[in-house]
Design a protein around this ligand. Structure first.
Ligand SMILES: [Mg+2]
Length: 441
């Protein structure tokens, strides 16, 4: 018997629920439902017109229903009257296959047939900017190498503390907050979990950071590259596979502390990286962050080629410690569910086909890339990654033809809109279109 939201509302004094979902473009959408109606909604879902969101539907389609997952409930730390719920989309009595949370649950199910679960943690970088979105909010934050700048961090103490206190209250076990490598950029880390929990928290974290920044008279952006000369917003993920008790990626004594299973999984992720870039780097602006020239701080901290290494941040995959790897390809615009779903899909392909990733590279990839002309490069623009996705047998098979076709169709519509008014050229300034359409991603 699942948790009874109506009873929980009484105990926790919740007056309203946000029944929310994320569409294919990562937009968080909700209905605000008074507690008096929550029993009915828990059973049958909240109704939405799918066409009004970024899902591949028509105005003639029947209503789509968001059925909340009571396990995902988060009482807003800054407004306790409201409870937030992630939900799964249903239509005509069936789950909506081309919807992100359903896509992730499908991949989790496939992994479970191997008696495995994926655990993951995400590092969501963001900028604090002025409300009009034109510049960073702290005029004193001007160091050429601003990473870990204590004074700049403490000038944002009130906001960072409120976000971190909220995570403590929610039981996420946050453990560090810092100023990142760009002026105005921050990162906050909390414990890893099973990947569905991490995905829900990732969605909520972005909502929380944006909401609390607004409360403090600021604006938070996760836009992949909001300023040409500064490091972009990455969203690195740390990945491991477990059975119920053990980390199956861990092999003590192996040179990087990884098992054969981990290498095969990682090999699958490398093989599918160009196609998955469409999920991991989903905006036009994303391609200013990967394949980027060095920034004011000296490094972009983002990958250009498909390679892996030990504890070396110049590669797409880093193995910082035994028993896990860090994938550094994703940016702040990545859809939290498609991030996790994409990794599992590619990883399963790697496991099933025993993909060997070869030997790790030890070089500084930012300076020595010319020595490795045969390495496959990451896509240069969104059209390239959509072509890779379109041609990827592996990813099509993992998610189904219709789902991938829907995603590509919607993305192409967006690119058409952009091309009507702009041309993508990363040697030129970030366009108004990118700002308008990506600042609040
Ligand atoms: Mg970082």
């Amino acid at each position: 018997m699942s948790k009874n939201l109506s009873k929980i509302a009484k105990t926790k004094k919740i007056k309203y629920f946000l029944i929310s979902f994320v569409d294919l473009f990562g937009v968080l959408r909700s209905k605000l439902v008074p507690t008096r109606a929550i029993s009915e909604m828990q059973e049958n879902g909240a109704g939405f017109a799918g066409f009004a969101t970024w899902l591949d539907m028509t105005p003639a389609d029947t209503d789509m229903f968001a059925i909340p997952d009571p396990d995902s409930l988060i009482q807003l730390p800054w407004n306790k009257e409201v409870g937030w719920l992630a939900s799964d989309l249903w239509m005509g009595g069936n789950p909506v296959k081309a919807s992100p949370r359903v896509m992730l649950k499908e991949q989790i199910k496939k992994l479970s047939t191997k008696n495995l679960i994926m655990k993951s943690g995400v590092e969501c970088e963001y900028f604090l900017i002025t409300p009009d979105g034109t510049k960073i909010s702290d005029e004193k934050d001007v160091q050429a190498k601003p990473c870990y700048d204590q004074s700049a961090l403490m000038r944002r103490y009130d906001l960072i503390k409120e976000i971190c206190d909220s995570m403590i209250e929610l039981g996420w076990n946050p453990y560090q907050n810092d100023h990142e490598d760009a002026n105005g950029q921050f990162e906050m880390n909390w414990d890893y979990s099973e990947c569905l929990i991490t995905a829900d928290r990732h969605v909520f974290f972005k909502f929380m950071v944006k909401s609390l920044a607004e409360k403090h008279g600021l604006r938070a952006t996760f836009m992949p590259k909001p300023f040409e000369n500064l490091t972009g917003n990455g969203c690195h993920a740390h990945i491991s596979l477990w059975d119920r008790k053990e980390n199956k990626f861990l092999e003590t004594g192996e040179k990087l502390g990884l098992s054969r299973m981990a290498y095969n999984f990682l090999g699958g992720v490398m093989k599918c990286a160009p196609a998955l870039s469409a999920f991991f780097n989903p905006t036009i602006n994303s391609y200013r962050r990967i394949n980027a020239p060095p920034t004011k701080s000296g490094a972009s901290w983002s990958p250009s080629s498909i390679s892996y290494s030990g504890n070396n941040r110049t590669h797409m995959i880093r193995i910082p410690d035994p028993g896990r790897f860090e994938l550094r390809l994703m940016d702040g615009a990545t859809n939290p569910y498609l991030l996790q779903a994409g990794v599992i899909a590619a990883g399963i392909y790697g496991l099933n086909n025993k993909i060997d990733p070869g030997e790790p590279l030890r070089c500084n990839m930012y300076t020595e890339y010319k020595k490795y002309p045969d390495l496959k490069k990451l896509p240069e623009k969104i059209e390239d990654s959509l072509n890779e996705l379109n041609n990827s047998k592996e990813i099509r098979e993992a998610f189904g033809e219709d789902t991938i076709n829907s995603f590509i169709k919607l993305k192409k519509m967006e690119i058409e809109e952009f091309n009507k008014v702009e041309t993508f050229d990363k040697t030129r300034k970030i366009t108004d279109w990118e700002r308008k359409n990506t600042l609040d991603c």
